[in-house]
Design a protein around this ligand. Structure first.
Ligand SMILES: Cc1cc2nc3c(=O)[nH]c(=O)nc-3n(C[C@H](O)[C@H](O)[C@H](O)COP(=O)(O)O)c2cc1C
Length: 245
């Protein structure tokens, strides 16, 4: 039998250490000019993409912006926010358009000599139907009708069955990677600010973002500057969000 790393004892961060890291992350709006080393950026991106993703299709991409001229052009695109005055911006993009290539990549990069038959069947068969919405999303429309009928008799996956649902599908996994990315920088001693305050049309033009890619957020990264955190932490009581069933 093949031994997977998951069969071995798992190296665990202590809850105390993890809580300390999570609690230390704040949205920082003032940074110093100190550049972030490429080795740190790479390490953090590696941790970002360890995030789980739907069917492991990894529907994300990242644009790492260090060029001072480009950073200067992006400042007004980010609506002149203080947070966007940084030595590093990372545009975190969701990619509902890369699933087909990703199915091929799974088979290509499979970490064993033989791709198990069920894995091959899924990525070269089931997934091709599940994620394909056809031209203008027309296949998605057909699938929505199909699941209504088939779903009367048994439980089944009902989404994503439209181009709009594909966007949600990709954004979900990408947001998890963005969460990892912020914590990874935090672990290296760099502060971050996730931003959705930007002009998407101008952002697409400046960064030449592929038409179907979705800018989920722009991450500002750097050493925390003076008075970098504007407000004390505020979270609603847990009871407001949680139901115990
Ligand atoms: C999707 C998203 C978009 C955000 N956009 C901005 C932004 O454009 N500008 C900004 O200053 N903060 C932005 N924030 C940061 C939030 O305001 C911040 O996380 C929140 O106030 C809680 O503060 P904390 O992260 O320090 O706990 C954003 C956060 C998220 C998750």
């Amino acid at each position: 039998m093949t031994s997977f790393p998951t069969d071995e004892p798992v190296a665990q961060a202590s809850p105390t250490a993890l809580r300390a890291l999570i609690e230390s992350r704040r949205a920082v709006r003032r940074f110093t000019a100190e550049p972030v080393p490429d080795a740190v950026i790479r390490d953090c991106l590696e941790m970002a993409v360890l995030a789980p993703s739907s069917c492991n299709l990894q529907p994300w991409s990242f644009q790492v912006i260090r060029d001072p001229a480009l950073l200067a052009r992006l400042h007004p695109v980010c609506l002149g926010q203080n947070a966007a005055r940084v030595p590093l911006l990372i545009a975190v993009l969701a990619r509902p358009d890369t699933w087909r290539e990703a199915c091929d990549n799974i088979l290509e990069y499979w970490p064993e000599e033989q791709v198990p038959a069920p894995v091959r069947a899924f990525y070269s068969g089931t997934a091709q139907f599940q994620y394909n919405q056809g031209p203008l999303g027309l296949l998605g429309l057909f699938k929505r009708l199909l699941v209504r009928v088939v779903g009367l008799r048994k439980a089944l996956m009902r989404r994503p069955n439209s181009l709009a649902e594909m966007r949600i599908w990709a954004v979900k996994s990408t947001a998890l990677a963005a969460g990892n990315l912020m914590l990874a920088f935090q672990s290296h001693g760099y502060a971050t600010c996730p931003m959705e305050g930007f002009d998407e049309v101008r952002l697409r033009k400046v960064l030449d973002i592929p038409r179907r890619a979705i800018p989920v957020m722009i991450l500002a990264v750097g050493r925390q500057g003076e008075r970098g955190v504007y407000n004390p932490r505020l979270r609603f009581p847990l009871e407001r969000h949680v139901s115990w069933l």
